[in-house]
Design a protein around this ligand. Structure first.
Ligand code: AMP
Length: 226
C-alpha cells in the first residue's frame, strides 16, 4: 500500500460516503474531513457558529458557500492535510465550491474524485435505518450494522442516535438539492479527468475493496515512469 491520498467522495445522501470515508481514511492514514460532521459538532458545542448552522442542517438546506468554503480552507491548509492528504466527504456540493477547492489545492490537486452510485430506493431504505455516533460520527444501521451495545458507539463509546436531519421532509429536500446543486459536479469533475463512478451496492467491505482498487490504480498511473 502506498500511504497518503487526496480523495474527494461524492454521492447521494445514504450512498455510504461517511462509512467509506472513515474506512479510506484508516487505509491511507489520512484525515477524514467531513463538512457535515464539522457542522454537527459545532451545533452540539452550542457556539454561535453552530447556532447559525443549525437552521440550515435541520431544514436539509445547504449552508451558504462562503461559510463552508472558509471552513474547508482552514482545515485543508493545516499541516496534516497538506503533507499527507485527506478524504474529503460532503464537500464540494456546488460548482462554486468545486472551483474554490481546485484553486486551493493548486498545484497538487486531487488524486481522484469518487462518485458512489446508488439508486434512490436503496437510499431511502438506508437513511431510515441510519444511526450515527454523536461524538465521532461513526455510522451504523439498525438493520445490518448495529453497534455491539445498543446505543453506544463501538469506536469511542459515544451515544449512537438518529440524525436530526434524517426526517422525511429534510431527506426529501436534501435529495432535491443533491440533484440540482451536486449532481452537476459529476460532469464537472469528469471533464477534468478526475472522476471514477463506482457502485455503492454490496457489503461495506466489498465497496471499500472496489474503492481502494480504483484509488491504487490511479495513484500507480500517476507515478513517474508509469
Ligand atoms: P452531510 O453529513 O454531508 O449529509 O451534511 C449534513 C448537512 O450539513 C447538509 O444537509 C448541509 O446542511 C450541511 N453541509 C455539509 N456539507 C455542506 C456543503 N459542502 N455545502 C453546504 N452545506 C453543507
Amino acid at each position: 500500500m502506498n500511504p497518503g491520498a487526496r480523495i474527494v467522495i461524492l454521492g447521494k445522501q445514504g450512498a455510504g460516503k461517511g462509512t467509506q470515508a472513515v474506512r479510506l481514511s484508516r487505509h491511507y492514514v489520512v484525515p477524514h474531513v467531513s463538512t457535515g460532521d464539522t457542522f454537527r459538532a459545532a451545533v452540539r458545542s452550542g457556539s454561535e457558529f453552530g447556532h447559525k448552522a443549525r437552521k440550515f442542517l435541520d431544514a436539509g438546506e445547504l449552508v451558504p458557500d462562503e461559510i463552508v468554503i472558509g471552513m474547508v480552507r482552514e482545515r485543508l491548509t493545516r499541516d496534516d492535510t497538506t503533507h499527507r492528504g485527506f478524504i474529503l466527504d460532503g464537500f464540494p456540493r456546488t460548482v462554486p465550491q468545486a472551483e474554490d477547492l481546485m484553486q486551493l489545492l493548486q498545484p497538487t490537486g486531487v488524486d481522484l474524485v469518487i462518485n458512489i452510485e446508488i439508486d434512490t430506493s436503496s437510499v431511502l431504505r438506508r437513511l431510515a435505518s441510519r444511526r450515527v455516533c454523536s461524538d465521532c460520527g461513526a455510522n451504523y444501521s439498525v438493520g445490518d450494522n448495529p453497534p455491539r451495545v445498543r446505543g453506544i458507539c463501538d469506536v469511542c463509546g459515544g451515544e449512537v442516535v438518529q440524525r436530526d436531519d434524517d426526517t422525511e421532509s429534510a431527506i426529501r429536500r436534501r435529495l432535491e438539492l443533491y440533484e440540482r446543486e451536486t449532481a452537476p459536479l459529476i460532469e464537472w469533475f469528469e471533464a477534468r479527468g478526475l472522476l471514477a463512478t463506482l457502485e455503492g451496492t454490496g457489503s461495506p467491505d466489498e465497496v471499500t475493496d472496489r474503492l481502494v482498487s480504483e484509488v491504487d490504480r490511479r495513484k500507480q498511473r500517476a507515478l513517474p515512469g508509469c
